[in-house]
Design a protein around this ligand. Structure first.
Ligand code: SF4
Length: 327
């Protein structure tokens, strides 16, 4: 771990100005991933700007929108009455992540910015295009049990590790970003990137920008929902496969649906084709099975993660069945 400068600030404006002065600086909030990266030599910022005291912890409802500040802790969001009442899908996903201790300090913004847990990425002796572009990918042909089956590239097959982000993708959230030119918005589903030829980039946030809040539209999808996470242990384990499913059903017919998966791609993976298939169809097991089949159309496995080709559709079917049972 290298020496670094530590600065603390109390406003988003000053945080942006501090980060703009030094290219090799980073924001720190909960630090649950960044400190690990620094200890292992994967990330070596010369300056850390502590933003924990910037007032971005709000959890509020405005008409048909729920607003969540970027610095609200994962626990604060999961346990907030507004979230439990209107977005239980988000609460379930948050509670499925990490451990209680980590959720107490991890923030919403940090959760979005966390990096893959691919073992090669954290081992500086091994090739990894994400850590060192051009060095190769240890996971292709190596240990890839946790790795992606959708949207992969020959440069990187890592998965995004978040549970929260899978739910937010399904919920059609919007990310509000502050930068030198003011605020702008980006759809949550477009925030994270596929690896493509630039696996070093996890998302579309620029170095001189910060996430300030999320906006989540209110609808009954978020309530009639289930987050199903399949993992090696019941707690403190990343998803092998997870599914966020939300349904609206009238007279046995699916009037609206949201589906997203985790543990399967470099970004939370929205199942738009499956959603399109289900809308207007009977909410039956047969149609859930067909939706899962459609979701798997372009899946590709890499050896150790072949089991995901079976686990993923089964998890989709089960998540839809559980979401339906809540209506
Ligand atoms: Fe690195 Fe991505 Fe390959 Fe893992 S999958 S070794 S993160 S390039």
């Amino acid at each position: 771990m290298i020496n670094f400068q530590y600065l603390r600030t109390t406003s988003a404006k000053s945080a942006l100005s501090l980060i703009a002065k030094d290219q090799n600086s980073k924001f720190i909030a909960g630090g649950t991933n960044l400190i690990d990266l620094m200890k292992r030599g994967v990330s070596s910022p010369e300056k850390l700007v502590d933003i924990n005291h910037v007032p971005l912890k709000q959890i509020e409802m405005h008409k048909d929108m729920i607003i969540i500040g970027a610095l609200a802790s994962n626990t604060a969001v999961a346990e907030h009455e507004i979230i439990k009442d209107h977005l239980p899908l988000l609460a379930m996903a948050l509670n499925a992540g990490a451990s209680a201790q980590l959720r107490n300090v991890a923030t919403v913004g940090g959760n979005m910015m966390q990096r893959t847990r691919c073992g090669y990425f954290y081992d500086t002796e091994m090739p990894c295009n994400k850590r060192q572009p051009g060095s190769g990918c240890g996971a292709v042909g190596g240990f890839n049990r946790m790795h992606a089956i959708f949207g992969t590239s020959d440069k990187c097959i890592a998965v995004h590790p978040s549970d929260m982000c899978v739910a937010l993708t399904a919920l059609d959230a919007t990310v509000v970003i502050a930068g030198p030119k003011g605020e702008h918005k980006i759809l949550f589903k477009d925030f994270h990137r596929l690896a493509g030829d630039t696996p070093q980039l996890d998302n579309n946030l620029k170095a001189d920008e910060m996430i300030v809040r999320l906006e989540i539209p209110l609808n009954s999808i978020g309530r009639n929902s289930h987050y199903l996470k399949v993992r090696d242990r019941a707690s403190y384990a990343f998803a092998l496969v997870s599914v966020a499913a939300g349904l609206e059903i009238a007279n046995h017919i699916v009037t609206d649906v949201r589906l997203a998966m985790g543990g399967v791609a470099h970004k939370p993976w929205r199942l738009t084709a499956s959603e399109d298939f289900l809308r207007g169809k009977e909410a039956s097991l047969e149609n859930f099975e067909q939706a899962a089949k459609i979701a798997m159309k372009d899946a590709k496995s890499f050896g150790e993660n072949d089991f995901k080709l079976v686990m993923a559709p089964n998890t989709i079917i089960e998540a839809l069945t559980l979401a339906k049972s809540k209506i």
